[in-house]
Design a protein around this ligand. Structure first.
Ligand SMILES: NC(=O)c1ccc[n+]([C@@H]2O[C@H](COP(=O)([O-])OP(=O)(O)OC[C@H]3O[C@@H](n4cnc5c(N)ncnc54)[C@H](O)[C@@H]3O)[C@@H](O)[C@H]2O)c1
Length: 263
């Protein structure tokens, strides 16, 4: 029998992997960069903000991991293709892609403007599609295959007031995830969703007003927000070649019980 650490290493170790975390510049993506790097992968922190991306990559290197920043604007196919080419040029492979860029918009239903609806769908849904469409075929051509992790939300299943476009886009992300997972299931590429509950971050700062926070806490059995590192365990299960070998098209909720409980 292997030692406990050897056993965990075999299941969850990412030592030989090159991983791109799109939106690694943000709060949740940053935590996922840390976790994936700590499991041994070479992490590409991808996003729009060079400053935040460089800082995250430097912090990972300082902690003993391997990471670098690469720019991407997820609303542009060309930008995605440039990211792919840059990572292939440097690492020669892409084992893991995490689609974690996202934006939100909170307005009463009758006040939603077309441009805002489009912005949310372009960043949350179309970008997830572009990530899958550009990286899944590349992973399928690799001998070792690959894994894509899309970030959904509890709002995909329980549409939340005021965030109409966001909820609808995340429902579509979960749907797309399953469809692409089926498409690549026999081609060595697994595609899954991680659906976080409520974690204070940039994109939801304005939305989390005291009255709304109270409602959220009343509906959350654990009665607290999540801490970004609490996403790492579920993310590793989904991306690790060995631990997640028979898991595709799945959704894992990390939400303190929010979706599982009605009071
Ligand atoms: N925080 C939560 O409670 C929560 C809950 C459920 C789902 N999510 C999802 O988690 C993901 C990460 O969000 P977060 O909460 O960490 O927010 P965040 O605002 O901290 O991070 C989002 C990141 O996406 C990047 N981004 C936005 N538009 C981009 C573009 N066009 N190109 C490249 N990067 C772009 C931002 O610069 C930012 O770094 C999002 O998909 C979000 O919808 C968050």
């Amino acid at each position: 029998m292997p030692s406990p650490s050897e056993f965990l290493q075999q299941l969850f170790g990412l030592e030989s992997d090159a991983a791109i975390v799109i939106g690694g510049t943000g709060v949740l993506g940053g935590a996922l960069c840390d976790g994936i790097a700590a499991a041994g992968a070479q992490v590409v922190v991808a996003g729009r903000s060079r400053e935040r991306g460089e800082a995250r990559a430097a912090a990972i290197r300082e902690a003993g991991g391997t990471a670098e920043f690469a720019p991407v604007d997820v609303t542009s196919r060309k930008s995605f293709q440039e990211l792919r080419d840059a990572v292939l040029g440097r690492h020669g492979r892409v084992d893991i892609l995490v689609n974690c860029a996202g934006v939100n918009s909170a307005v009463p239903y009758e006040e939603i403007e077309d441009a805002d609806w489009q912005r949310v769908f372009d960043t949350n849904l179309k970008a997830t599609h572009l990530g899958c469409q550009i990286f899944a075929p590349l992973m399928a051509r690799q001998e070792q295959g690959g894994s894509i992790l899309n970030i959904g939300s509890v709002t995909a299943h329980l549409p939340l007031s005021r965030v109409f476009a966001y909820s609808a886009s995340k429902a579509a992300v979960n749907n797309l995830t399953k469809n692409v997972a089926r498409e690549y299931a026999t081609k060595g590429v697994r595609v899954n969703s991680l659906n976080p509950g409520f974690f204070p971050a940039e994109q939801n700062r304005k939305i989390l007003q005291p009255e709304r926070v109270k409602k959220i806490m009343d509906q959350t059995p654990m009665a607290r927000f999540g801490e970004p590192p609490e996403l790492i365990g579920a993310a590793l299960l989904l991306v690790a070649r060995q631990a997640g070998s028979f898991v595709t098209g799945a959704e894992i909720f990390v939400d303190g019980g929010f979706t599982g409980m009605r009071f």
